[in-house]
Ligand binder design. Structure first.
Ligand code: 5AD
Ligand code: SF4
Length: 462
């Protein structure tokens, strides 16, 4: 799921009038984000916290007084990108000594000392649960000219959203329902960076979604490292499936999506809920990681290949239109050619609609860090290419079978390739590009698919 990506929160924020007398009004911030949707959502939140205090956002890095780098730590490659970015910012700081640079998020949580050692130009480091304290940290820095490492234990989710909360997308509202992870998959650093599982109270979640609906949002994306283990802390009988049904009743919300589901906790009841409640999108992200039961065991995934395939069979039987995406790691320690071929065979059997695939990257603190990294780099690279080649062929065939069909999409963005084109998504999460103006943003449209590539579809309005 996570792709290294930068985006500018600034484009979506504006300062509210109520802070017009604030002494911070002239201070502008700029946020870089690395990582998954959870990380993007944290950036939205940080932007909101700063706006609430009267800071304003800028779209130009060079105009910023405060630059935040919100980080990810899931693979080593991202770490290199973070330091490259910080190196560039350090140069900027040499020209503008007043510039404040802060590092936040998962990598900040785990590598405070490393960041301080390698990048003395960084003014502060803030852990994953300290976002709400961002203005306090910046105030302190400005008044004392003194850096501060803040790793507070308070959970931002329990504190409610700041009043200036603005979202990244005008169509889809991301809403965290739980955070952290108890699974400790052998390769994964997330439980160390995000801590143990904590669910938000259902009442809080429903209130936030009702507010989003009142603001005109049509789609919600529920976020959590393992949404299937959601359990309302104030009423243990509310499970994830129950929560979905409650959200389904909210007027104005037309589509409900969620990430990420762990196959071991993915229940038949959830399949029934997806089948029976039409606003719940026909899409599931169900990371398999490997098609070999032996490797799954070494990964501590707690399901076998056969169990995974059984859940896929439930989904395909009960929800024939379902779009299924997954995450796959190649080159995990001890992965043989035979294990890899089992992954390839599983991909052919499932015919995923999308995959995020990665070369195994040893991460400190994890169990697998102690295993010898036995698969040579070149073999990891070759396996990744083979796997991606296969997936491209599968996607192309599946997409081409849609040519001539009329599908319903929710328009949610401007096309990256063509400023005169828009993108919408089908319920099954397929992206369709079509010609149209900005007035169509947030509308449901019917489009006929006229052309298909491996990664996208092209349609015409009908
Ligand atoms: N190496 C490679 N990929 C990893 N992921 C998590 N940790 C690692 C790692 N150490 C991938 C998994 C997970 C996704 C979020 O990132 O596929 O599902
Ligand atoms: Fe990482 Fe596994 Fe938890 Fe996902 S379920 S966040 S892969 S430990």
């Amino acid at each position: 799921m996570p792709v290294s990506r930068q985006y500018w929160v600034n484009a979506f924020y504006w300062a509210s009038d109520e802070h017009s007398l604030s002494p911070f009004m002239l201070m502008k911030f700029y946020i870089y984000t690395f990582g998954c949707q959870m990380s993007e959502h944290d950036s939205e939140y940080m932007g909101a916290v700063l706006l609430e205090k009267g800071y304003s956002s800028t779209e130009e890095e060079s105009a910023a007084d405060i630059i935040l780098v919100n980080t990810c730590c899931v693979r080593e490659k991202v770490e290199h990108k973070i330091f490259t970015k910080l190196g560039r910012l350090a140069k900027l700081k040499r020209k503008n000594r007043e510039l404040i640079i802060g590092v936040t998020g998962c990598y900040a949580q785990l590598a405070k000392e490393e960041i301080k050692r390698r990048m003395p130009q960084v003014d502060f480091v803030l852990g994953t649960q300290g976002i709400r304290r961002l203005p306090e940290v910046i105030d302190r820095l400005r008044s004392l000219r003194q850096g501060w490492d803040a790793m507070p234990k308070t959970d931002k989710q329990l504190e409610g959203f700041p009043c200036g909360f603005r979202r990244r997308s005008p169509v889809q509202a991301m809403v965290t329902i739980m955070e952290g992870c108890n699974n400790f998959c052998a390769y994964c650093i997330i439980p160390f960076a995000r801590g143990r599982e904590r669910s938000r109270a259902a009442e809080e979640i429903l209130r936030e979604i009702k507010e989003a609906a009142a603001e005109g949002y049509k789609e919600v994306l529920l976020l959590g490292q393992n949404v299937n283990s959601y359990c309302d802390p104030s009423n243990n009988s509310i499970s994830f499936a129950d929560l979905l049904i409650k959200i389904h009743q909210i007027k104005g919300i037309e589509r409900i999506r969620f990430v990420t589901s762990h196959p071991k906790d993915f229940s038949y009841r959830l399949v029934e809920v997806i089948r029976d409640y039409p606003k719940i999108c026909n899409h599931i992200h169900l990371p398999v990681q490997s098609g070999s039961t032996r490797i799954l065991k070494l990964m501590n995934r707690k399901y076998s290949r056969a169990e995974y395939m059984e859940k896929i069979a439930w989904l395909k039987r009960e929800v024939p239109e379902i779009g299924i995406s997954t995450d796959i790691i190649v080159g995990f320690p001890e992965e043989t050619e035979d294990d890899f071929q089992q992954t390839m065979k599983l991909m052919e059997e499932v015919e995923f609609d999308g995959i995020y695939s990665f070369k195994y990257s040893p991460r400190p603190l994890t169990r697998a860090y102690q295993y010898p990294d036995t698969v040579p780099k070149e073999i990891k690279g070759r396996r990744l290419m083979e796997l991606q080649g296969l997936q491209k062929r599968i996607q192309l065939t599946k997409n081409q079978s849609l040519v001539g069909r009329v599908v319903e999409i929710l328009v949610d963005s401007v096309s990256k390739k063509d400023p005169y084109a828009l993108c919408g998504r089908t319920s099954s999460n397929r992206i369709v590009n079509f010609k149209g103006g900005p007035e169509l943003m947030g509308k449901f449209l019917r489009v006929k698919i006229v052309r298909a590539g491996p990664n996208s579809l092209f349609g015409e309005r009908v």
